[in-house]
Write a protein that binds this ligand. Sequence first.
Ligand code: 6PG
Length: 478
Amino acid sequence: PDGDIGVTGLATMGANLARNLARHDCRVVVHNRTRARTDALVAAYGDEGAFVPTGSVAEFVAALARPRKVVVMVQAGAPTDAVVEEVALLLEAGDVLVDGGNARYTDTIRRTRALAERGVHFVGCGISGGEEGALLGPSIMPGGSDEAYAIVGPLLESIAAVVDGTPCCAHVGTDGAGHFVKMVHNGIEYADMQLIAEAYDLLRARLGLSPAEIGEVFAGWNAGDLESYLVEITAEVLRHVDAATGRPFVDVVLDEAEQKGTGRWTVHSALDLGVPVSGIAEAVFARALSGHTAQREAARAVLPGPAEDPAPVADRDAFVEAVRRALYASKVVAYAQGFDQIAAGAREHGWDIDLGALATIWRGGCIIRARFLDRIRQAYADEPDLTTLLTHGYFRDAVADCLEGWRTVVVEAARAGIPAPGFATALAYYDGLRAERLPAALVQGLRDLFGAHTYRRVDREGVFHTVWSEDRREVQAG
Ligand code: 6PG
């Protein structure tokens, strides 16, 4: 057998990844549950490189040179379990099985352990970039052992996007590390998109700009600090006109945002880790709110908005610039929170994740790719132990420049009754972090009164309780 690598699961992502590998001189053994898809792939793209079509899992595995390298590209959850089990039964010690789907990282940890018992390496590999990325160069986040990475890493690096000569693929850490960072990547993706949507909504509601005009604004922003794939495609979507009705495309799409789960998982994990990823959480909740149509309908009928219509915006250009600043600053907060979560996850699971290296492989290929990520890479290069991105000199100054505009936009949104949960929560987080004193002291007092939950003091070491129900004397607790 002389197959360099096998890909099973030939839906769009799997097929494009197989083509990408073939275009990079790999002999790619391909397999799909239904044979027709395998044949269709080879018929359409067989001239792009060397494909070995196979009809059964046994034939698929038998066509691979050892140590065998298999990439599974099927739906996360039960379908992945089924395929991993079926393929793994035929693999031998030293072979490597890569899961390139959006698996939940806890499943990846479980699968890694199960396969390790048989000496088979499991690599839980985050792959971002959508259809086009899979074909032309995605960002690849593999998690697994050093031995496994030594076997599949070079192949993965060869098909990844490249920025400044560096492939957007790096060994993230052991077992679930790759899928964990891909999960947080998607959480940041949710936050980014929510912030972009709020910017659009404010420009439309307060300035009366058309979607196409707002598309122009985004295209302009994409030439500056906000340059990113998501801002670029926002311009494209906003300028698009529905062929059937001649109306702006965004006006004919139902305003109910769906989700497949990675954003929700990010928030679950952040809650367990105690990391306030409020920007990501608000984005997940905003999608949920949008889908609660019955409540929205009931509320729309009876809930009043602001007492007076807000005065028209006096200086349109200044408002556009303020929205740009709110977007930029809120985005910095969302990324800072996401990187915090990755650092906390790494501590919790014993992963040695290099945050600077991660920012480096997110510069290209992935959905959140942005000019911005090179700044994050630089921030961690300057200060490897940075406690939050917000205090790094570059981001501190950049956010400080945005601050007044950001506050204006949050105030304007509240006055006009336009929901801007992403901008508002990001600003509250920023102000919370920099506050000299937080009202958490009062929360501690309340907890102590109703449940003797104790508190610590600003002036003395130790844990205390006030005997509220008696003479309110203070006693040392514990
Ligand atoms: C990527 C994307 C990809 C997927 C999103 C969509 O990095 O290429 O994140 O993984 O398209 O997860 O997620 P939702 O359907 O939950 O919005």
